[in-house]
Design a protein around this ligand. Structure first.
Ligand code: PAF
Length: 283
């Protein structure tokens, strides 16, 4: 595996692959890799001849008081994991390489209709930071395919919309959420949880699946189910952010006529803010 920290070196390396008509798949990450990230690499290897991963903790997507400084940086471990999974190229730029001017990025990419609700309401500017860095990374790597985990479903929709709106020739693939045996979605931020919190955290996924089952019985309204789930989570130690039944296509609140649904949730537990979702068709 080649590890490259410089944009022009990466371009020269990939230029030959492009001349050879190799299909390039890209997996952007912020490092602290877990099995979920490595499954994105597996998927990328199925799609392409050459797999490029990036590790870059992007300051632009963290708000004031968020965990940018404390975000776990485990570069050597990550490098070994990527190598053993068969990744071909690791791009690991510095902040100065990605944002050479002191004010980070003067051009930003914003997807307005997804930039005020759910996670965006709690983390203003977060998705603009994500869309901006991903479009820069797409410009640098110029992949044919890019793979994103569906745990951050709002992020996945933001990136799909941004890619479509900017006519970027990149196929966006969403990979299934990797879960621990308890059902807890794998996340770099799970490392913030102690033993007891890790055990409690599994209830977030359990509450999503119970909500879906209750919804299918048709006995409760959607707002009733959302409130029940939030109260049950609070009763076992979570602090609420949102728990919403919405349309899968655009995350707008679902109505009785909608059949393609997503239940999306975010909640605080100890030092972590956890997110999860399930997506399904209502018969
Ligand atoms: O999901 C992440 O890890 C990040 O938001 C991403 C897509 C790598 C952009 O920094």
């Amino acid at each position: 595996m080649h590890t490259i920290d410089n944009i022009s070196q990466l371009r020269s390396y990939l230029w030959q692959a492009k001349l050879d008509h190799k299909v390039i798949a890209f997996v952007p990450t912020m490092g602290n890799l877990h099995e979920g990230h490595l499954q994105l690499i597996d998927r990328a290897l199925e799609e392409a001849d050459l797999v490029v991963a990036s590790i870059f903790v992007n300051p632009l997507q963290f708000g004031p008081g968020e965990d940018f400084n404390g975000y776990p940086r485990t570069f050597m471990n990550d490098q070994e994991k990527l190598l053993s999974r068969g990744c071909h190229v690791l791009f690991a730029p510095t902040v100065e390489e990605m944002y050479p001017k002191t004010n980070l990025s003067s051009t930003v990419v914003k997807v307005p209709h997804l930039d005020h609700l759910l996670c965006a309401a709690t983390r203003p500017g977060h998705f603009t930071g994500v869309a901006t860095v991903v479009s820069k990374l797409f410009g640098i790597v110029q992949p044919d395919v890019a793979i994103f985990g569906l745990k951050d479903y709002q992020q996945f929709l933001v990136i799909k919309q941004m890619t479509f709106d900017l006519c970027l020739p990149v196929k966006i693939i969403g990979a299934p959420i990797a879960r621990a045996e308890s059902g807890l979605a794998l996340s770099s931020r799970n490392g913030y949880l102690n033993e007891q919190e890790l055990h409690q955290a599994a209830q977030l996924y359990a509450s999503l699946t119970s909500c879906r089952i209750a919804l299918e019985t048709g006995k409760f309204t959607m707002p009733e189910l959302e409130e029940q789930a939030q109260s049950q989570l609070e009763a076992i130690g979570f602090k609420r952010d949102y728990f919403t039944i919405c349309r899968q296509s655009d995350l707008q609140p679902a109505g009785p006529e909608d059949k393609e649904l997503a239940i999306v949730a975010a909640a605080y537990l100890g030092k972590a803010r956890l997110i999860d979702n399930i997506r399904f068709s209502l018969n």
